[in-house]
Design a protein around this ligand. Sequence first.
Ligand code: ZN
Ligand code: ZN
Length: 282
Amino acid sequence: MKIACQLGDMFITAAYAPSGRATCKGCQGKIAKEELRLSNIVDEDHYHQEHHFHADCFQLKPAFKNATYKDIFHVENLSKEDQEKVKAILEKLQKTEVKKKPQQKKINPKSKQNKSKKSDVGDDSDSDDDYKGTKKQNDKQTKIEQKNEKKQVISKQSESFQNVSDEEEEPEVFVLYDKSQKEEFKKIQKELEKKSMGQLKQMLKANDQKQTGNKGELIERIADCMIKGCLEKCPNCSGGRPKFNPIQKIFKCPGYMDDTEFRFCNKSYQPQDLKRIPWVDV
Ligand SMILES: [Zn+2]
Ligand SMILES: [Zn+2]
């Protein structure tokens, strides 16, 4: 949803940060590469402003008090969990902040000073282009960066497309497997192909594991549980299911939806830090 404001079109975007350079307007900390990021964008011909936030630090502009998470640009490119998270963040902000304090928080001038010192190292990615026309150079730079970002998103999409069509692609969990485990995994995979979706879900349910996904995903989840054991729920929030990141080789808890609201967690675990409970056959 684009809202016309004094300065031009205003909108919110969601993305995994394409670099680790941007600074969060909420906490002034860096936003790590690949981290979930929400941004307030104002876009007009000669004026462009991007304010990036860690998802948990996001500040909602009063103009968006009636927006739904589907109005957030690119939200559909996020994982299901992150979409839920963004939805929960937006709804929470709409319930509290917008109603209670419609005034935007003023940025502490001290921290701004510190920041401009730091960003002297040629970091324009998150600059405060809070002035009109005077900084065309900067404006261009931001636009170029935006384009690059779009390209990255596209290349990422085609990558994951390849993953689907490429039969040789190995399951993510293989980065933690040795050769014999990989062979066992493939053997189990073949056996499980014969089962119905209902049967596979039954097996996962009996072992208190997630039952969503397509058949291939269910089979991989079961095979991993059979070989390595079933992953315990997050010991930190005791509701989330830590998700494996094959690049960083860590598990990270996305949080979870309890009866009424989303519980944030974000705790990271080394693979050996999470308990594995032996698989039970049904
Ligand atoms: Zn932050
Ligand atoms: Zn957790």
